[in-house]
Design a protein around this ligand. Sequence first.
Ligand SMILES: Cc1cc2nc3c(=O)[nH]c(=O)nc-3n(C[C@H](O)[C@H](O)[C@H](O)COP(=O)(O)O)c2cc1C
Length: 214
Amino acid sequence: MNIAEVAMKRFTAKEYDGNKKIPEQQIKDLYTVLRNSPSSVNSQPWHFFIISSAQGKQKIMPAIFEFNHERITNASHIVVFCAKSPITEQHLQNLLVQEEQDGRFATADLKKKTDEGRRYFVGINSNTPEQQLSWESKQVYIALGNLMLAAKTMGIDSTPIEGFSTQKMDEILNLPEKGLASVVVASLGYHTEHDYNAHLPKSRLPEAQLFTFM
Ligand SMILES: Cc1cc2nc3c(=O)[nH]c(=O)nc-3n(C[C@H](O)[C@H](O)[C@H](O)COP(=O)(O)O)c2cc1C
């Protein structure tokens, strides 16, 4: 399948086969996709909870709206995407140290400019805690998109889930004390043959309404 076919074949799984688990190497590859997702000024303002045990799923269930319960119970893995709340001085320093270790800075000046540039962008997007979280959420959603498309290339189905209470999820996972806030959830696994969405045609607005070529 080329990437256009993958995009057309991906759909939101509504019903998972609880007997099928994602092989270890494939789930690890998906962690690599998440880890390498791009973010503004390489801010990587995220943390991912990966839930695959029955106990873990049960634990987060009170936060999940009822219509999504099946997509948690029978999925192989659940990802709870979190944002740093707030972005701390420690996080900014951590990023810079990592970039240095990874060989990004040929000179001290480059290191200084990278740090300043990042602080500038974090600053202009952090006038309020809400604005900062909104900016971080944009980065988190890029990771979500990458994950779903990558999963489909591997024959793995997914469900993006906003149908949950962020407040309850934060409480259940003790996120405030970890300096985190939940943003979005995704299920991963294999759809059943009864999954109605697997058989429905995709519906998208025509190209003529979406693209302007200049
Ligand atoms: C950010 C986001 C949140 C979504 N939340 C839910 C959800 O809580 N439950 C669900 O079943 N589908 C959810 N969806 C799936 C959408 O309804 C679906 O992507 C859309 O109808 C297009 O269908 P397709 O993904 O099958 O192509 C969500 C999709 C996105 C992108």
